[in-house]
Write a protein of this length. Structure first.
Length: 456
């Protein structure tokens, strides 16, 4: 019996990556005002900034691209995608969008008003920003274990049903619908169990509220259910996914994740009134409903990608890669969010850099240090992303200070991961030299993308 889990693909096209020196990286990072979002990607060796839209497409997807029907209206590529998505989700209406946040903006514009509350396990940053943009409030109600980096739980993305019920009882009139994010990206890429989703669904139904899923990483979530939830081992990942979709009234998806494409997203809904309003807005800002801001070839690549994203050999390798990196971190005494999630390893920056106070953004500082040390780009999931400057000039901070190393799909091989693990261990030995930062410029929304920093 051979236990090694290998990349279940071989490589046909390669893209060189460039080795750089520490001096070069120091200069580039200074030029970027200590914000890795502002680096030129060619100055990055291993890019773990995001798993969104960064993966490698298959030969089959590239083949499908040649079949793209670029008709403005009624493109056959749309009907192909629609049939794949209807079969998978069971929802009546499929509305393509250029990516996830476009689906978010449209959904919240047509369903949400000032003063509303939208519960979720944890809203992703663009989801939260789009809700706040409507004057509504995004409420995070993940279970307590989901907020503690080292608490052990097979489904740390689960929502806290007691707190949901309490909110429904107290503020039900302000809640247009409930949401659930699969997997819980901001909380560590942690999965939600089928049982939790079902109970949440029943609770919302008792109060007459619909449920909308954010399904960016639904395939990874479904694989976790297969591996971890009692009684699920003999089911296909697709049938688990179908059951999850059946428990909700619609979903939005950034297809740049488990859709295995570089661009794309969609909104899928049952409610005809919402759909009509959404399509009106779609035409205003995205495009005609049979392309929604995408090219016909993008729709083709997505139709194939949705099927490849559910391949169980691929998903087993995918989750194992993340777990492998997590094991290497733990063996070196590097604190991470445990157990590892589906798409990323999250380093606990407070543990890594105990000398840096939260006012000096330890996770941001760690992110910069990783780039300087090894040319690796991660992303801060901490107080720059989720904290804010209040109107009275005070700062709010986030509960966790994490650095997410998100892994593009089907792109890096095991030696890339071994290199990254070694670099992080090296940095750990010199962690006391890492300096904190102060924010010298920030925007009102999504400030992490553009903020500028100086060493504290
Ligand atoms: N919801 C979740 C859970 C996400 O992770 C993302 C994107 C979105 C919505 C928005 O989708 O980028 O296509 O507009 N997450 C990326 C990330 C950016 O790096 O985690 P989008």
């Amino acid at each position: 019996m051979i236990h090694t889990i290998i990349e279940p693909f071989r490589i046909k096209t390669v893209e060189p990556i460039r080795m750089t020196t520490r001096d070069e990286r120091r200069r580039w990072l200074d030029d970027a005002k200590l914000n890795v979002f502002k680096l030129a990607a060619e100055h990055v060796l291993l890019d773990f900034l995001t798993d969104s839209g960064t993966g490698a497409m298959s030969g089959k997807q590239w083949g499908a691209i040649m079949e793209g029907d670029e008709s403005y209206a009624g493109s056959k590529s749309f009907f192909r995608l629609e049939s794949v998505l209807k079969d998978l989700t069971g929802y009546r209406h499929i509305i393509p969008t250029h990516q996830g946040r476009a689906a978010e903006r449209i959904l919240f514009s047509v369903t949400t008003k000032k003063g509303d509350l939208i519960p979720n396990n944890t809203h992703f940053d663009t989801t939260r920003a789009n809700i706040e943009y409507q004057g509504a409030e995004a409420v995070d109600l993940v279970i307590p274990e989901g907020r503690q980096p080292r608490a052990q739980h097979p489904f740390k993305g689960n929502i806290d049903l007691e707190r949901v019920e309490d909110l429904l009882r107290r503020e039900g009139h302000r809640i247009p619908f409930g949401m659930m994010t699969l997997t819980n990206n901001s909380g560590g890429g942690q999965p939600v169990s089928l049982a939790n989703l079902r109970a949440y669904r029943e609770l919302l139904m008792r109060y007459g509220k619909p449920l909308i899923l954010d399904v960016c990483r639904y395939a990874e979530n479904s694989m976790f259910v297969k591996l971890r939830e009692p009684g699920m081992q003999n089911r296909t990942v697709k049938s688990i996914a179908q059951e999850m979709f059946s428990l909700a009234d619609g979903c939005l998806m950034s297809a740049k994740k488990d859709g295995m494409v570089n661009i794309g997203g969609f909104l899928a809904l049952n409610d005809s009134e919402w759909v009509e309003a959404a399509k009106t807005l779609l035409i205003l800002t995205e495009g005609f409903p049979t392309y929604g801001g995408l090219a016909g070839r993008d729709l083709e690549a997505l139709a194939v990608g949705m099927e490849e994203g559910l391949n169980e050999d691929y998903l087993r390798y995918r989750l194992r890669t993340v777990e492998y990196m997590g094991e290497k971190m733990k063996a070196a005494g590097v604190a991470i969010v445990e157990p590892t999630g589906g798409h990323a390893v999250y380093l606990d920056a407070r543990d890594f850099l105990p000398q840096i106070p939260q006012e000096q953004y330890p996770a941001w500082s760690l992110c910069n240090a990783l780039y300087l040390e090894a040319g690796i780009r991660g992303v801060e999931i901490g107080s720059v992303m989720f904290g804010k400057r209040n109107d009275d000039g005070t700062e709010s901070y986030h509960a966790m200070e994490l650095v997410r190393l998100a892994f593009p799909r089907r792109m890096y091989t095991q030696s890339h991961f071994d290199y990254a693990a070694e670099a992080i261990c090296e940095l750990k030995a010199r962690a006391h030299d890492v300096r904190g930062v102060k924010m010298v410029k920030q925007a009102r929304y999504l400030r992490h993308f553009t903020a500028e920093f100086a060493y504290a």
